[in-house]
Design a protein around this ligand. Structure first.
Ligand code: GCB
Length: 613
C-alpha cells in the first residue's frame, strides 16, 4: 500500500474511533422536542489513572475489552476476574457538579465514569434518536451499549450524538459517560482561572426522539439592516438548517398572535429568508414580550417563544429599539453559593435573576462562560438583558491554531444555542486577555466569527485598563474591533484605596460606548469596622459609593456597568483563612444569602437612575 493511502486510511480509522462532534450537528430548542429525560441518579467510578480507558500499556482499550468501563461487566463463572462494577452505593445526581455531592470530590480533577441504564418501548427504539447533553465539564466520551457515540470538549456548551440505527433496545440500555475535568494549557479555559473547576455532567441529559427529517437549527429575529424605530413595518430575518437535505419541501412559519403564516419552500439543507413583519410589539426590559412561534416541517412541529428587538450602538451610546439605554448590570457566576454548587435548573436561574431584579438591574453579565439555558430562558421572560461569554480567560495559548479552533467551537455552540433569545444582547469573546500581537489576532478572529454568525447583537470582550502616571488609559488594540469597549476596573481595590477614584479620569482611544464589565471589592459579610479596614462591609460600601460618584461625575462617559459580583463564589485562589476560606468575597450577597451593605448602595443608585437613558 502506498504511504499516502495508508495515511488516509489511518485518518478515516481515527475519525471513526473519535467521531468529533461539530457545532453544525447541534440540535437546538431541545426542551420543546420529544425526549426522555436521563436526569437522575447515575452510578460512578472515580478513575484518576484512566484505567477504564487505557490498558496497562497505556493504549486505548478495544471497544469490546471486558475491562473497558464502557462495557457491562459480565461474570459468567465464579472464577472470572473483573476489577470494576457500577453499584448503587456509588451514585451521583445528574445534572450536578460532582464536587458538591460528596466530600471525596471536593478538590478532585480527573476522570469519573458515569453509568446508568434505561428502558424504552419497542416503538421508541426504531426512530431517529440523539443523545443530548446540556454540558459536561470538560471532556466527555459517550458510550451506549458498548459503542462509542462520540467525544466533546468544552465544559459549558451543549452537544449531541446521533445514535446509530439498531443500537437502542427496549430493555437495559447501558449508557456510560467518561467525564474528565483536568485543566490543561491547551484548552479553554486554561490552567489558571479565578473560579472553581466544578466537574461532572453539570446540565440536563436527554434522549431526543425525532422524526427522520427535522429542523435542527433555526434563527428568527428582526433584520438589523432594515430596522427603524418609528417604522411599524419591520423585516423578519431567519434561517433554517435541516438534519438532512430536502427536495421540494416546505416549512411553515406560524405566529398565531399576529396571524402570520408563511410557507417557504426548501431544497437542500439550508434556507435563509426574509419576511415583512407588521407591527410587532418589541421585546424590552419593561415589556418582555414573547411571541409563540411554530415551525412546521413534515412531521416536525417545533414551538418556541421568541422576542423581537433591535440592539445597536451609535457613537458612544447603546441603543435598544431606537432608544438610548443605560445598562444597570451585575456580573454573575453560575453558582448557588448557599449550596456551594453549580446552578443547574429553572429554580436556580429564578433565584439568581430575582436577586438581580431586586438590585434594580436591567442587565446581567453571565461570567465567564456560557451559563445553562435556564438562565437565558428566564432572562427572556423577565426582561433581563444578557451578556454571554466564552471562557477565553487570561493566558490562553494564543499562538496555537488548535486552541483558536477550540475557542471558535465554543463560541459557535453558545451562539447557536441562544441566538433566538431576545435577552442576549452581547456576545463576549473573552476576559482580561494580555495584549500582544498573537493575542489580538486570535481575539479579532473570534470577533469576526461571532459577527459572521450573528449580526443582530453587539460583540465585546472585557479588557484591562492601562495605568500610567495616575492616568487610566483604555487603548487595547482589540477595542478597534468590538462594539462596546468594556473594561474591568478595580481602582481602589487592586491599587490604592477607594478614594483613588475621586479624581480619576478615563482616556479612551475609541469613540465607542464605554462599559465597566467589572468593578468591586471584597468583604466578609458580618465583619464590620472602619471603612479603611479591608474586608469590612464598610470598606466595600465605600468602594461602591466612590464608584457611583465617579459614574455621576462623568455621565457622558459611561453606558453602564456590571459590578463584580452578585454573590460570593468559590475560588481556589482565595486562601485567606479568616476572610476568604476558598471564597472570592466580592459578592454583594454572601454564601448564606445575606446581603452586604454594598448591595443596598448599588440598589439605591440603580433605582435613582432607573429612568435614565
Ligand atoms: C477580574 C476577573 C475576575 C476575578 C476578579 C477578582 O478582573 O475578571 O474573574 O474574579 O477580577 O475578583 O479579582
Amino acid at each position: 500500500m502506498n504511504q499516502k493511502l495508508l495515511y488516509i486510511l489511518v485518518f478515516i480509522l481515527f475519525l471513526t474511533a473519535f467521531p468529533l462532534t461539530a457545532q453544525e450537528d447541534l440540535i437546538i430548542n431541545t426542551h420543546n422536542r420529544d425526549h426522555i429525560s436521563l436526569n437522575g441518579d447515575w452510578h460512578y467510578i472515580i478513575d484518576p489513572y484512566e484505567n477504564g480507558f487505557y490498558n496497562y500499556r497505556y493504549k486505548e482499550r478495544n471497544e469490546a475489552d471486558p475491562e473497558a468501563y464502557w462495557n457491562r461487566p459480565v461474570i459468567k463463572e465464579p472464577s472470572d476476574r473483573i476489577e470494576h462494577a457500577y453499584s448503587d452505593n456509588y451514585s451521583l445526581k445528574v445534572p450536578g457538579d460532582w464536587n458538591s455531592q460528596d466530600p471525596v470530590f471536593k478538590y478532585y480533577e480527573g476522570s469519573v465514569w458515569y453509568q446508568r441504564e434505561f428502558d424504552l418501548t419497542e416503538a421508541q427504539t426504531s426512530g431517529t434518536a440523539y443523545m443530548y447533553f446540556g454540558a459536561a465539564n470538560y471532556e466527555a466520551h459517550v458510550y451506549l451499549n458498548g459503542k462509542k457515540l462520540g467525544m466533546h470538549k468544552g465544559g459549558f456548551t451543549p452537544f449531541n450524538f446521533k445514535i446509530p440505527p439498531g443500537l437502542l433496545k427496549a430493555k437495559g440500555n447501558f449508557l456510560v459517560v467518561k467525564v474528565d475535568n483536568k485543566r490543561s494549557p491547551e484548552e479553554i479555559p486554561t490552567v489558571n482561572t479565578d473560579w472553581w473547576n466544578f466537574g461532572g455532567i453539570t446540565r440536563d441529559v436527554k434522549l431526543l426522539l425525532l422524526p427522520d427529517n427535522f429542523i435542527q437549527q433555526y434563527s428568527l429575529q428582526l433584520d438589523p439592516e432594515n430596522f427603524s424605530a418609528d417604522r411599524k413595518n419591520q423585516i423578519l430575518k431567519g434561517h433554517f438548517k435541516l438534519n438532512k437535505p430536502a427536495e421540494n419541501s416546505e416549512i411553515t412559519i406560524f405566529i398565531p398572535e399576529l396571524k402570520l403564516k408563511e410557507k417557504l419552500s426548501i431544497n437542500g439543507q439550508h434556507l435563509e429568508y426574509k419576511l415583512p413583519f407588521k407591527k410587532p410589539e418589541l421585546w424590552s426590559p419593561e415589556n418582555p414580550k414573547l411571541y409563540e412561534v411554530e415551525f412546521i416541517y413534515g412531521k416536525d412541529t417545533l414551538r418556541d417563544k421568541i422576542g423581537f428587538r433591535d440592539i445597536r450602538v451609535a457613537g458612544k451610546d447603546v441603543i435598544l429599539n431606537g432608544k438610548k439605554i443605560f445598562l444597570r448590570g451585575i456580573s454573575i457566576h453560575e453558582e448557588i453559593p448557599q449550596e456551594v454548587r453549580r446552578a443547574r435548573n429553572k429554580k436556580d436561574a429564578q433565584q439568581l435573576l430575582d436577586w438581580a431584579k431586586e438590585l434594580n438591574a436591567n442587565m446581567v453579565r453571565l461570567a465567564h462562560y456560557p451559563h445553562n439555558e435556564y438562565m437565558t430562558h428566564t432572562a427572556d421572560s423577565l426582561g433581563m438583558l444578557v451578556w454571554s461569554e466564552i471562557p477565553v480567560y487570561w493566558t490562553i495559548n494564543f499562538r496555537s491554531e488548535e486552541v483558536l479552533e477550540k475557542a471558535k467551537k465554543q463560541l459557535g455552540e453558545m451562539i447557536i444555542r441562544d441566538r433566538n433569545k431576545a435577552s442576549v444582547i452581547i456576545w463576549s469573546v473573552g476576559n482580561e486577555t494580555p495584549v500582544s500581537p498573537h493575542r489580538t489576532a486570535f481575539m479579532k478572529s473570534l470577533v469576526q466569527t461571532a459577527r459572521a454568525m450573528d449580526n443582530s447583537r453587539l460583540i465585546s470582550a472585557a479588557l484591562e485598563v492601562h495605568r500610567e502616571n495616575g492616568r487610566n488609559i483604555i487603548n487595547d488594540p482589540l477595542g478597534e474591533s468590538i462594539d462596546i469597549v468594556s473594561v474591568n476596573e478595580y481602582l481602589g481595590w487592586y491599587g490604592g484605596l477607594p478614594s483613588a477614584k475621586e479624581n480619576s479620569t478615563w482616556e479612551v482611544t475609541y469613540n465607542k460606548p464605554l462599559f465597566f464589565s467589572e468593578t468591586g471589592a471584597g468583604a466578609k459579610a458580618g465583619y464590620h469596622g472602619d471603612r479603611n479596614q479591608r474586608w469590612t462591609e464598610e470598606f466595600q460600601a465605600w468602594y461602591f459609593k466612590e464608584t457611583i460618584k465617579m459614574m455621576k461625575r462623568m455621565p457622558e462617559n459611561f453606558t453602564g456597568m456590571s459590578p463584580w459580583i452578585l454573590t460570593d463564589f468559590r475560588s481556589p485562589r482565595r486562601n485567606h483563612p479568616r476572610f476568604q476560606e476558598g471564597w472570592n468575597r466580592k459578592g454583594l450577597i454572601d454564601n448564606n444569602g445575606n446581603k452586604k451593605k454594598a448591595f443596598y448602595i448599588l440598589q439605591e443608585y440603580y433605582k435613582e437612575i432607573e429612568n435614565r437613558s
